[in-house]
Structures are given as structure tokens and as C-alpha cells.
Design a protein around this ligand. Structure first.
Ligand code: PMV
Length: 336
């Protein structure tokens, strides 16, 4: 099935009365059980389920205005981007899926995730864009359908349409209609996610290319689906019990196992810098000193920490530039 056909399927029977303008917000998310590998690159269908935590107020605000066209105008953090930039071409190609004939879009997008931290904002970006489209066209889609549409922009974006802990079901269908993310009915008010900056320049290999290289050319990739399924089953009760050591141990090992699949690719893929490994060591040191802190890492050199509010002051003495998200600060007790 093509992206266009899938969009038609999701929007069947929905109105298309465009308002002049609409805005929406979506959180960034950090996976504790990683998404690594696609069974369908066109529809961003994953090989495995994954599980993330949304970062509350760290994310993207986007406003969308329909114009007479042709062409789209995109500003990012207040700066107008060149029409031929990679960012604008990718956004325009995504907007093509929803574009009324001949129309253009004015997109103003603002990241509240520290941009200097060099963290992927495509997840919150495409989730905010889909939520803004839903308001612009008054579709009123349920979160499941918003998640399916956001997935077409970037796989991990499907987990950013909701707050809290989020489970992305890989699904089995070729049309992708059963591959969506949903919020778990769990809160963890004192959980914190910290961002440790190691490098800010763009990474040499995108996660899309890194994933494709690993699935195609790593002898270790065949071991990944069973590892991911076992970690997913083990982490859910740990999260439900707000058990940080257990949750952290599983998340840390899962992230390292994902990187092991990349290291075994030919040619190998190594996203770490010396400073990345130094942060791993500092985390282990802190644990030996009795501080409960764990790390996870995506397709880049920066490290994310998992801890609880009680450890924050101590961590700040070791990582002075730490940026901290409190995933449940705004929505404690709200499961929707
Ligand atoms: O959604 P993408 O294509 O940016 O891929 C995200 C991949 C990881 O960040 C490494 C893992 C994940 O589950 O977010």
C-alpha cells in the first residue's frame, strides 16, 4: 500500500472544511525499548514493538495556515528556511499527503526541546504537525489515527501524539493500520529524564540510514527482535511499579544491545564519541556511590539519563549542563 492510499483510508468519511489557521503542541519522546529496523520503509512499519516516555513540556509547537500557494513557507524557531532546504522538502513532501489542490501551507514551528542539545525533534515535529492538520481540517481523529499519520513523517513520531509512557505496537498488517502507539495507564510523578550534551553537530548517518544499514548488513540484527520482545515484556511491570533500578537496568541494556547490532554492521556504525563513553562511566560511578541513575542512548553521541527527582541536585554537580524533563509534571494522574 502507498502512503497516499493509507491516508485515504484513515481519513475516509472525515470532513475537509479547512479553517484558516490552527496550532498544536506535541512532546518529544525517548525510547526505553528502542525502535530499530523497518519491515516497510515506505510506511515506516517497524520490525518490533517499542516503548517510550514523552517529555512533557520539551517538544514542538506548530502553527499552520492555509495559503493560496504555490509552495510552502516554513519557519523554524523564528527563522525562515530556504525552500530548497532538506528540512522544507521533507515537510512539504509530507504535507503533499494532505494538501488541497493547488494550496500551500505556512508552517511556523518552535522547538521547546533545547535545540543546542542536538536531539532529534522530528518525532515531536511530525506529531505536532499532524495534530495541527487535524485541527485545521476539523477531522477530529482519535489518538490511534493521529499516531498512524504521524508515523508516516517519522517512525518515532507516532509515539509523540500522547503523553506519558507510550507503547508502539508494531502490528502485522501490510497496510499499517494496526501499527500505532498508545498511552499506558501508568504515572510516575517523580521520574526525571536528563539530557547530557556531548556534541551538537548533525550526525553523519541519519537514524533512517543507520537502521537500514543495520537490518540489511548486520549479522547481529536477527537476534534483535527476540531481545526487544523480552525487554518489552520485562520493563512493563517495572514501570507499573515505578521501580527505577529494574526499569533503568532494562532500558540501559536494551540501548546497548541496539548499538551492538550497529557495531556488527558492515560497514560498522559507531555513533559514540569518547565523551559518550565517559558519561556511561560517570553513571556507573554514581551508581557505585548509591545514586540511582541509568542511561539510554539513541542514534547519536548524546546521552539521556533516567533518575528520580531526589537525585537531581547530585547529578547537577556531575553534569552541570544537565537539562531535565519531568514527564508527569503537567499531567499527573491524567491517562488520556
Ligand atoms: O523515528 P526515527 O526514524 O528518527 O528513528 C528513531 C530511532 C531511535 O531513536 C534510535 C530509537 C527510538 O525508538 O526512538
Amino acid at each position: 500500500m502507498t502512503r497516499e492510499d493509507l491516508v485515504k483510508e484513515v481519513l475516509a468519511g472525515r470532513p475537509a472544511n479547512a479553517a484558516a489557521t490552527a496550532a498544536a503542541q506535541a512532546p518529544a519522546n525517548i525510547a526505553l525499548i528502542k525502535y530499530w529496523g523497518k519491515r516497510d520503509p515506505e510506511l515506516n512499519l517497524p520490525v518490533t514493538d517499542s516503548l517510550s516516555v514523552s517529555l512533557g513540556e520539551f517538544g514542538t509547537h506548530t502553527s499552520l495556515t492555509l495559503t493560496a500557494g504555490p509552495g510552502d513557507q516554513v519557519t523554524l524557531n523564528g527563522e525562515r528556511l530556504a525552500a530548497d532546504s532538506q528540512f522544507v522538502s521533507r515537510v512539504s513532501r509530507f504535507l503533499d499527503l494532505f494538501r488541497p489542490a493547488g494550496a500551500g501551507f505556512r508552517v511556523a514551528t518552535h522547538n521547546t526541546i533545547p535545540t543546542a542539545a542536538g536531539l532529534a525533534s522530528s518525532a515531536s515535529g511530525y506529531a505536532a504537525l499532524v495534530k495541527a492538520l487535524d485541527r485545521l481540517f476539523a477531522w477530529n481523529l482519535p489518538p490511534r489515527d493521529l499516531s498512524i499519520l504521524a508515523r508516516l513523517g517519522s517512525g518515532s513520531a507516532c509515539r509523540s501524539v500522547v503523553e506519558g509512557f507510550v507503547h508502539w505496537h508494531a502490528g502485522e498488517r501490510a497496510d499499517g493500520l494496526d501499527s500505532f502507539a498508545e498511552r499506558l495507564p501508568v504515572t510516575w510523578p517523580d521520574l526525571r529524564v536528563g539530557l547530557v550534551l556531548v556534541a551538537t553537530e548533525p550526525k553523519p548517518v541519519s537514524s533512517r540510514d543507520g537502521m537500514n544499514r543495520t537490518t540489511a548488513a548486520s549479522d547481529f540484527y536477527p537476534a534483535w527482535p527476540a531481545r526487544a520482545a523480552a525487554d518489552l515484556a520485562a520493563i512493563q511491570p517495572a514501570i507499573a511499579a515505578n521501580d527505577l533500578p529494574q526499569t533503568g537496568r532494562i532500558a540501559e541494556a536494551n540501548a546497548l544491545a541496539m548499538h551492538a547490532t550497529m557495531l556488527a554492521a558492515r560497514p560498522p556504525l559507531l555513533y559514540w564519541r569518547p565523551q559518550t563513553v565517559a558519561v556511561f562511566e560517570q553513571v556507573r560511578h554514581l551508581r557505585r556511590d548509591g545514586v540511582q541513575v541509568y542511561f539510554t542512548i539513541d542514534a547519536g553521541p548524546n546521552v539521556k539519563l533516567l533518575f528520580t527527582a531526589a537525585a537531581e541536585d547530585r547529578l547537577r554537580t556531575v553534569f552541570p549542563t544537565l537539562e531535565t524533563a519531568a514527564p508527569f509534571r503537567l499531567a499527573a494522574g491524567n491517562h488520556t
